[in-house]
Design a protein around this ligand. Structure first.
Ligand SMILES: [Fe+2]
Ligand SMILES: [Fe+2]
Length: 340
């Protein structure tokens, strides 16, 4: 266990702390004088924090790299409304000195309960072929373990341990709601099958033992191609699986990013594929907003959100005063109103 976590920074403002982190990024930049300083992004399971080292940079610059674990001593201070760390000392840590759980963020939800919800959805499916396909994936203990562990993305959304499962369960609920609005057009079982498989390639696309990065295979092929291969392999154990379903599922997989520039070689061309694309996009964007508000709980306007390419207004915060004002007016009569 670490003795300081990034989420507790407010309690340690203007204090010197000693703690350990994983290095998310490391850059050496020139000061006005031309000397170098180090600009780092550090992380633990509770968040990210910028850190700067202004002095003795030459002594530390080569002692650690990105993705390494480091132990630091430094001052917590606030800059532009955000906490950061001014580093005095840094040393790298051996893997044997750290507990990985302290460094990777994980979903706050109960992953076993999420997995249970997924199982219930699949149990409720009507089509025997699609149900058998998803059951074949879920019965594989390696898939279950990886599904409960994988993040849904490297950094854009659900970038936490268990994030993929969290994302897919949320997507199942959205599919369940949205398909009721178009009963004549949407095959619910097919839509759920697409939702279950659309990001399953992330199990192989990303590594998540230390920080979240792409595997070489993931970097070179991307999750959609990996998913086609996983589907192919699984279908080998399901003789008689209809070719038509296979083709539709393959299309849902490769079209779910919706556009060529987002990596899909085909745009969604049938109702379930179109719905999967929009619901996937909706869920990832809503989660990106939620996580940003959680990182900046005091802000009405957040800093720039890189994945959505805009700053965000926390509308709940923005309306807080209005709502509490109204509530007050309702509960406490003003002196003027009492007199009339
Ligand atoms: Fe995807
Ligand atoms: Fe997704």
């Amino acid at each position: 266990m670490k003795d300081f976590y990034i989420a507790e920074a407010a309690r340690f403002e203007n204090q010197v702390i000693t703690s350990s982190f994983v290095v998310v990024s490391k850059q050496a930049k020139p000061k006005k004088s031309g000397e170098l300083y180090l600009a780092l992004t550090l992380a633990d399971r509770t968040g990210h924090m910028e850190a700067k080292m202004w002095d003795n940079v030459a002594d530390h610059i080569n002692c650690f790299e990105q993705d390494d674990f480091i132990k630091v001593r430094g001052l917590i201070n606030k800059f532009n409304g955000r906490f950061q760390l001014t580093l005095h000392k840094v040393r790298s840590l051996q893997e044997s000195e750290v507990e990985f759980d302290d460094y990777l963020p994980r979903t706050t939800k109960d992953v076993d309960a999420l997995w249970g919800t997924l199982c219930e959805f699949v149990a409720g499916m009507q089509d025997p072929h699609l149900k058998a396909l998803l059951r074949a994936f879920m019965a594989d203990p390696k898939i279950e373990h990886a599904y409960k562990t994988a993040p849904a993305a490297k950094s854009l959304h659900h970038a936490v341990i268990g994030g993929l499962l969290d994302h897919v369960v949320s997507l199942f609920w959205l599919c369940d709601l949205a398909c009721r609005n178009y009963p004549a057009m949407i095959d619910r079982d097919l839509l759920l099958t697409g939702a279950f498989l659309h990001d399953i390639g992330k199990l192989h696309e990303l590594t998540f033992a230390r920080s979240f990065t792409y595997t070489t295979r993931g970097q070179l092929l991307g999750h959609m191609i990996i998913e086609l291969e996983m589907l192919q392999q699984k279908l080998a154990s399901l003789p008689g699986f209809p070719e038509e379903y296979k083709t539709l599922i393959e299309h849902m997989i490769i079209s779910h990013h919706g556009k060529y520039e987002f990596g899909s070689p085909k745009m969604p061309m049938f109702p379930e594929a179109l719905m999967l694309h929009y619901l996937d996009d909706l869920d990832s964007k809503m989660e990106s907003m939620r996580a940003h508000f959680a990182r900046e709980p005091e802000a009405e306007w957040t800093t720039y959100n890189a994945s959505l390419e805009r700053p965000l207004l926390n509308s709940r915060k923005y309306l807080e005063k209005l709502k509490s004002g109204k509530a007050d007016a309702g509960v406490t009569p003003s002196p003027e109103s009492e007199g009339t």
